[in-house]
Design a protein around this ligand. Structure first.
Ligand code: SF4
Ligand code: SF4
Length: 461
């Protein structure tokens, strides 16, 4: 048998990987400094917000509901459907440009302070683990009885089920979720399957996968090299002040090489190695190092929020092309969004194609053809409408009542008839109208199929 020897690496390839390829489990200590206290306050507000948002109602709708199955997207009381592609695209674009701008100015402030992954992992799951199993390196932790681990996993399960419910509420709505919750799983196995799978995903992420979501999966971290520039605010180590690092008794810079900044890092890196994509800018290393500096009576701020140019003491540029370009782009997108929103019709009436539709000539000299209309109630309060023809175009059988609940759309197949005059090249224009019970009405142009020409006797051909 051939022995295969793996190359030995001098450096760690991944902060969550040991040299032998096994998982390096991180058990970061907590440094309860000024940034940690502020992040805790932000986390409490955000957790309350994330949980409460699906239950709040604006115009009878939640502030955010992404009903993918019904293809309805609700934002702050207004429901959008895929027919409003431009609006949705502009909305997404404005979110992306805002992220670019915030990152250019303040680095990964989202990751360290507001991302649900960080908020729940650092302020819920890990504190629970420390509370039940004990702190890193403590005897209680190293000699944990089985029942404690069992208790921890039971709490994890409950918490993950709650998180799964909160997460699903953004996609199915709280009304649907309540129905799922109160009814037996056997009555809705598919829905229960979705809930169970989401709970399992939460467990996998927050109990097993943890910081690897930020360091290996999340695309945002990988994009930071293009989103940041040398003037963006990041968490940095002041090497000019800290180096040469040495434990007490040497000829040290300010860094006493106590390693505490690495022990508190939730992604397992050493900030003294410079800007790394694993760094989520949580400022734990700032708090930890400041505490050390205070102990050894040195000025704080050896690790601090500062741009790379500020740290290098080179000229800082407050105004850079990207901090001019992004706001301009954002202003243009938001203006276009506002214009579209102001011109948005509450009820959309639109003709859809029917493949192979044909016409017939009636005995009384009318041209009759089938058409299909899309009726979308975007924001009208009432649900009852009357569909009718306009001018010399009329619906066969007279105006037709239709019911379209707000935020939904239906298609209606109707036969329309019109005089045989006015057809050019086999078609003519016309219009249909939809009228709400309160008298509001909206029209839509339609195209009718008909004869190319009329015979000398007036028959359609
Ligand atoms: S906490 Fe500060 S002093 Fe200690 S190793 Fe890190 S940078 Fe050096
Ligand atoms: S290096 Fe500092 S700021 Fe970056 S993730 Fe680690 S502790 Fe947080």
């Amino acid at each position: 048998m051939t022995n295969i020897s793996l190359p030995q690496l001098d450096e760690r390839v991944l902060s969550t990987l040991n040299a032998d390829g096994s998982r390096r489990w991180l058990e970061p200590r907590v440094s309860q400094g000024r940034f940690w206290r502020r992040r805790l306050a932000v986390a409490v507000v955000l957790i309350l917000l994330f949980t409460a948002l699906p239950w709040i109602r604006i115009n009878g709708k939640p502030p955010v509901l992404l009903n993918v199955m019904a293809r309805q997207f609700t934002f702050f009381g207004s429901t959008f459907r895929p027919t409003e592609t431009l609006l949705l695209a502009l909305l997404m674009l404005s979110i992306f440009v805002t992220i670019f701008l915030v990152t250019a100015l303040f680095g990964r402030v989202w990751c360290g302070w507001a991302c649900p992954q960080t908020v729940y992992l650092e302020f819920v799951y890990r504190p629970l683990e420390r509370f039940i199993l004990g702190r890193r390196g403590s005897t209680r932790r190293t000699r944990t009885p089985l029942w404690r681990r069992g208790a921890l996993y039971a709490v994890y399960l409950l918490l993950s089920a709650h998180l799964a419910n909160t997460f699903l509420a953004y996609f199915v709505g709280t009304d649907q979720l309540m129905q799922w919750t109160v009814r037996s799983p056997s009555e809705h196995p598919a829905a229960f399957g979705i809930f169970a799978a989401t709970t399992a995903l939460m467990l996998f992420d927050f109990v097993f996968f943890r910081e690897q979501l930020c360091t290996l999966v999340c695309p945002y971290g990988r994009m930071q090299s293009v989103l940041l520039d040398r003037d963006s605010l990041i968490v940095s180590y002041d090497a000019s002040r800290g180096e040469p690092r040495a434990r007490r008794g040497g000829q040290p810079g300010s860094c006493v090489d106590c390693q505490i900044c690495t022990q508190v890092c939730p992604t397992g890196i050493d900030i003294r190695d410079g800007l790394q994509l694993e760094c989520i800018h949580c400022a734990q290393c700032i708090d930890a190092c400041d505490a050390v500096m205070r102990q050894i009576r040195q000025p704080t701020g050896l690790i601090r929020y500062a741009s790379q140019n500020a740290m290098a003491r080179t000229k800082r540029r407050g105004i850079r092309p990207r901090v001019i370009l992004y706001p301009m782009l954002l202003a243009a997108i938001v203006s276009a969004l506002v214009v579209l929103l102001l011109g948005r019709v509450p009820v959309l009436l639109e003709q859809e194609r029917i493949v192979g539709a044909n016409f017939l000539t009636t005995a009384d000299g009318f041209i009759q053809c089938p058409i299909r209309m899309l009726i979308e109630n975007r924001s009208h309060e009432g649900s009852d409408f009357m569909l009718a023809g306009v001018g010399d175009v009329e619906l066969v059988g007279g105006p037709r009542p239709v019911r379209v609940v707000q935020g939904t759309a239906i298609t209606v197949d109707v036969d329309v008839r019109s005089p045989d005059r006015g057809f050019v090249g086999g078609r003519r224009g016309g219009a249909l109208q939809i009228e709400a019970s309160d008298g509001a009405h909206w029209q839509a142009p339609i195209t009718l199929a008909g004869p190319f020409s009329l015979s000398p006797l007036g028959n359609a051909q």
